[in-house]
Each structure stands twice: as structure tokens, then as C-alpha cells.
Design a protein around this ligand. Structure first.
Ligand code: 3DU
Length: 213
């Protein structure tokens, strides 16, 4: 995954036509495309292969099962062209390790989630989830742009591993705050794909990123 604009597009649209339109508009301003269940369920898993021809694809399946099932899910995602996957860590280190092995390390582990409810169950164990991600050799963690101070805390636990950070824009977080707190990439969905002009919105974010790193 290139590290240029530091923007990962969360492509949570629900048709192949919308996905293609948004990606064509913003491809020069994003480093990767994150694909989640809404688009996979709407357009079919082949959308992963299609988008992987344009940019690196992070498959956000929030994988959370026993090790054998996790391994099978990751193998399917990688064979469709994903460059990395996102998995939950609360399932325990054997389950996350199965993902890491199947993805040859290319796993981001969810820590504290960015929405208000993320404080309820994920925040109290986020430090442990970050430590788990490190101990199993994951590529990085997912940490909240809505609480940049937590990005800084989690950075201390994981050292030089990567942090990808959702919550910018529609959820109230700021790109510059997340990056200054230690995020490597910001994840942005609605602020780009729901904008009247997705290209201008993505460019404005890319400019903000450039000013803050
Ligand atoms: O709020 P946005 O529209 O910019 O989208 C954020 C994306 O990041 C979306 O795909 C969501 O599923 C994902 N995500 C979070 O928002 C929060 C997390 O803690 C983890 C992933």
C-alpha cells in the first residue's frame, strides 16, 4: 500500500455503479480502498477483485470467529485480491493468529471502535487488543479518529506498527488530529462518497493531510 495521500477510502456504497463512479472520481487522492459488507453483499465478492485492479484493497470483514473459520475467510478474501484484512481481536490470540498466518501478516486488528458505543466494551480492553495485535505479528491496528488521544496511547503499545484510523468527517473526527496523534492512514467514507463532488472532498482532505504530516 503506497503511503502518499494517507487516505483509505471506505467504499460503503451499495452498487457496482456507485462504487465505480466514486473510485474513478477519487483514485488520484486515495492510497487504498476499504471494502466492507454493504458493498460485498450488494455487488458480490468479485467487487474485491475488480477494485484491487485500481488500488490496494483492505477487506473490512471484521473477522471474529474460531481459528479454522477465520483462516477460511481470510484465504477467500486474499484469493479475491485483498491486500489486507481487518479482524476483531476479542476472539483471542489463536483466532487472530489464524488470520495473520492466512494473510501472511497483512492483518489490522480492531481496538477501540470510533462510534459512541465503542466506549462501552471495546475501550476498556483496547490496550490489550493492541498488545495482542503486536504479539501475533499483525500489520497494524484500527484506532479511533474520534478520540485522537487514544491513538497516541495505543501507539505507545504497538511501536512502529501501522495505525489506520476511521471516524474522520461524518463521525466528527479530524484528519489532522488523527495524524498528529500518530495515525499512519485515515479511513474516510461518507465525507467523500456522500459529497456533492467526491473528487473535491477527497482533494480537500488530501491537502489537509499534506499540511499536517
Ligand atoms: O464514518 P465513515 O462513513 O467515514 O466510515 C467509516 C468506515 O470505517 C466504515 O466502513 C466503518 O465500518 C469503518 N469502521 C469504523 O467506522 C469504526 C471502527 O472502529 C472500525 C471501522
Amino acid at each position: 500500500m503506497q503511503k502518499k495521500s494517507r487516505i483509505i477510502l471506505a467504499l460503503d456504497v451499495t452498487s457496482r455503479a456507485d462504487a465505480t463512479r466514486v473510485v474513478n472520481a477519487v483514485r488520484d487522492y486515495v492510497d487504498a480502498i476499504k471494502i466492507n459488507w454493504p458493498l460485498i453483499l450488494a455487488a458480490g465478492p468479485d467487487i474485491i477483485r475488480e477494485m484491487s485492479k485500481v488500488k490496494d484493497v483492505v477487506c473490512d470483514l471484521k473477522i471474529a470467529d474460531i481459528p479454522n473459520t477465520n483462516r477460511m475467510i481470510v484465504e477467500q478474501a486474499m484469493s479475491l485480491g485483498a491486500s489486507a484484512v481487518i479482524a476483531h481481536g476479542f476472539t483471542g490470540d489463536d483466532s487472530v493468529r489464524a488470520c495473520v498466518e492466512a494473510a501472511k501478516g497483512q492483518v489490522f486488528v480492531v481496538t477501540e471502535m470510533s462510534h459512541p458505543g465503542g466506549k462501552q466494551f471495546t475501550a476498556p480492553v483496547a490496550d490489550k487488543l493492541a498488545a495482542l495485535a503486536k504479539s501475533v505479528g499483525a500489520r497494524g491496528i484500527v484506532a479511533p479518529a474520534t478520540r485522537p488521544e487514544r491513538i497516541a496511547d495505543l501507539r505507545k503499545i504497538i511501536g512502529s506498527m501501522e495505525i489506520i484510523s476511521p471516524g474522520v468527517g461524518a463521525q466528527g473526527g479530524k484528519a489532522s488530529d488523527a495524524l498528529k496523534a500518530g495515525a499512519d492512514y485515515i479511513i474516510v467514507g461518507r465525507a467523500i462518497y456522500e459529497a456533492q463532488d467526491p473528487a473535491s472532498a477527497a482533494k480537500a482532505l488530501a491537502d489537509e493531510v499534506e499540511r499536517s504530516v
